[in-house]
Design a protein around this ligand. Structure first.
Ligand code: URA
Length: 241
């Protein structure tokens, strides 16, 4: 898509529009090897090579960030009182229009994708697309074959909402049970409400995977890493694909 030089530079996160103007005026910016001092010069960022002081700007239309969300931080773009996942992004990943693709509760940890790509988020979150979200939960209460069956048939909440079929696997049968839950939709407090419907309380919840994209366990809580588009697209694959 044809864009103005200043807009393209400032869309990449590291420069404000006025910062881009300054560099362009100083002659620090070249397009296809020729210094360009026109802030409104038109170019195709997919085809033209733009350099700042001889260093190529690797243009990406959208960005995809994997965060290991810590507990205590809000999955929102901004909030008057609480710290959000956007507030804790490292400076080199900050960019306009970023938002968390789907929400995890404040006390839920684990895999969160932060992006500026609305189509990607919509496709990942739409229950119709059947993208699996995989959670590990520690629960107070007991589940067994009966509850597995109820999850598989679709839990019905107190307000009559019928959940899509989900998978419940028991990972550890100690005093507090550790379970894996696989769901394809994301109603508010969905996993907690599903367990509440079978008489259990979730005391710990972590999202570990979306589709075939697993949380990188090398990321400490609060840490992030950039994903390429093909890495991010793993959310749309099943593990065996
Ligand atoms: N289900 C929940 O109950 N909470 C989350 O944060 C995500 C899924």
């Amino acid at each position: 898509m044809i864009q103005r030089l200043d807009k393209m530079l400032s869309s990449q996160g590291k420069l404000s529009r006025s910062g881009a103007h300054k560099l362009i005026a100083e002659g620090a910016v070249s397009v296809n090897g020729t210094v360009c001092r026109k802030k409104d010069a038109k170019l195709d960022p997919e085809k033209d090579t733009v350099e700042i002081n001889g260093k190529t700007v690797n243009y990406c239309e959208h960005i995809y960030i994997m965060m290991n969300k810590p507990a205590g931080v809000l999955s929102a773009s901004n909030d008057k009182k609480a710290r959000t996942v956007i507030d804790i992004l490292p400076d080199n990943m900050k960019r306009k229009n970023l938002f968390p693709a789907g929400r995890l509760d404040k006390d839920t940890k684990g895999l969160l994708i932060i992006t500026d790509d609305g189509d990607f988020a919509h496709r990942m979150l739409s229950p119709k697309k059947h993208v699996e979200k995989i959670y590990h939960a520690v629960i107070d209460g007991t589940v067994g074959e009966n509850e597995k069956q109820m999850f598989a048939e679709g839990i019905i909440f107190g307000d009559g909402f019928e959940c899509m079929p989900a998978e419940l696997n028991i990972l550890d049968n100690g005093t507090a049970q550790i379970c894996e839950v696989i769901i394809c939709e994301g109603k508010f407090h969905q996993v907690k409400k599903m367990f509440a419907a079978v008489g259990c309380t979730v005391t710990y919840l972590k999202r570990v995977k979306i589709g075939a994209l697993a949380l990188d366990e090398n990321l400490a809580p609060g840490e992030c890493k950039m994903l390429s588009r093909s890495e991010a697209d793993k959310v749309f694959l099943k593990d065996f694909e």
